[in-house]
Design a protein around this ligand. Structure first.
Ligand code: G3P
Ligand code: CA
Length: 435
């Protein structure tokens, strides 16, 4: 039993103040962290237990002690010292790992500075996946719960997503809601609740309903026009009571969970059909940036990517409205039906260079990459992140024998930086096993 960390009594982060290795282990387990812990002056062994790696020493530890935290990342360890007012402890731990040919990184902060402790804490409760490869929860954990519901977003968060994606449209009274289509009937019971409110084309448009009206609807699994489920094996129809969330509600959900868990999960909103919305008297761009700023998303380091398939909309946000938020140009197939923009020209070398003048990333439909894997390198050469879409375990292209083969192909053969998936848990597990 060691008590050095208890010297910080009165500091408000009890999570980080454990007085023995077992307690730290429990914290790590409860946060699903794949890290190694504990060690004192004479580190003699590295052992695995329940997926955790412990650097152990047989020596009787005399005060002051230190906890050495080691992150397992493939064959690499990162050694950091939580509590290092004893330089011998720190130096011995460090030397052990240097001798073993491992990379060593030292915690920031001055000796006895609790920032060092907090740095380690932040690592401990991060998802056990590399930051380099992102898992973007497509419409939430939509493989398991109806898309774009708070329940689906929360599940994706719990599954370890790096970013969670809401698609956004506007209500008649100008509120951003989370919905993939500008129409309501494919994912809600609008035709039952408001049978007389379809337009002449037989469709119910979200922009014709106030938020109060939309909150009367129930969300269900996506259906075809004949009411059959698009994905037959997913959440059952007529057996649920999910609401259409506002964008503010998901921001509050994610920020609340981030505070409660210490993680920093991001948000990846897509504004849907901004040209169409503007023609309806509902311009989106400035309203979106204002709302994001209200929730603290400002500047290039905000934990967000704002995506659009409409080039001019992104340019407006960057050039006219002056946002510095990370932006991603989506590249769909064919031409945009509202703007006439041609997509395939965007994934040429010239097109990518153009995108790099106003965006931080590109989101090509996955078949563009399969047709021309070189475009990933072209994008990287221009400083663009590449986030492709959409990976579905229950809609696997014939060319892949199983889902992990498709994930491996995109993450590690084509080398994309992130991908949108309906199955966050599967992508997280895949990256963990690959580490
Ligand atoms: O936004 C990228 C990804 O979500 C795929 O597009 O049609 O599902 O919004 P979509
Ligand atoms: Ca989307």
């Amino acid at each position: 039993m060691h008590h050095a960390l208890n010297q910080h009594e009165g500091v408000s982060d009890p999570l980080y103040y454990c007085d023995n290795a077992e307690a730290v282990k429990e914290i790590m387990k409860s946060h699903d962290a794949k890290l190694a812990i504990s060690g004192h002056i004479h580190i003699t062994d590295i052992a695995e237990e329940d997926g955790l790696y412990e650097v152990s020493c047989p020596a009787t530890c005399s005060y002051p002690c230190a906890y050495t935290v080691c992150e397992l990342s493939g064959s690499e360890f990162t050694v950091e010292v939580i509590w290092y007012d004893n330089e011998t402890v720190r130096d011995v731990a460090k030397q052990e790992f240097i001798d073993a040919g491992k990379d060593v990184a030292q915690a920031e902060g001055e000796p006895s500075d609790r920032n060092a402790v907090l740095n380690i804490g932040a690592i401990m409760i991060s998802p056990a996946i590399t930051e380099e490869k992102l898992v973007i929860a497509h419409r939430g954990a939509s493989g398991y719960l109806p898309e774009h519901t708070l329940e689906a977003y929360a599940l994706a968060y719990g599954m370890g997503a790096d970013y969670i994606e809401p698609d956004l449209v506007l209500t008649k009274d100008g509120v951003f809601i989370c919905l993939h289509d500008i129409h309501l009937e494919s994912t809600t019971n609008v035709e039952e609740v408001f049978p007389d409110r379809a337009r002449e084309d037989g469709r119910w448009y979200a922009a014709d309903f106030t938020l109060s009206e939309i909150k009367q609807l129930k969300v269900h699994e996506r259906t075809n026009t004949d009411s059959t489920a698009v994905f037959a094996g997913r959440f059952p129809q007529n057996n649920s009571d999910f609401e259409v969330p506002t964008f503010a509600e998901i921001l509050e959900l994610i920020q609340g969970l981030n505070k409660a868990t210490g993680r920093n999960v991001g948000i990846y909103p897509e504004i849907k059909s901004p040209t169409w919305h503007a023609a309806e008297g509902l311009p989106m761009e400035e309203k979106l940036l204002d709302l994001l700023a209200q929730y603290g998303y400002e500047g290039p380091n905000a934990r967000i990517y704002v995506q659009s398939s409409e080039n001019h909309s992104l340019r407006m946000m960057r050039d006219d409205l002056g946002t510095k938020l990370p932006l991603v140009q989506l590249v769909d197939t064919g031409n945009n039906s509202d703007t006439g923009e041609n997509y395939s020209s965007m994934v040429t070398q010239e097109g990518l260079k153009e995108i790099a003048t106003f965006a931080d990333g590109v989101g090509p439909y996955k078949m563009y990459i399969e047709a021309n894997p070189e475009l990933v390198q072209w994008a990287h050469d221009d400083g663009l992140q590449v986030h492709t879409w959409t990976m579905r375990a229950d809609s696997l292209p014939e060319k892949y024998s199983d889902f992990t083969e498709e994930l491996n192909q995109f993450y590690f053969v084509y080398g994309v930086d992130g991908l949108f998936t309906d199955f966050t848990d599967r992508a997280v597990a895949f990256l963990q096993s690959a580490n």
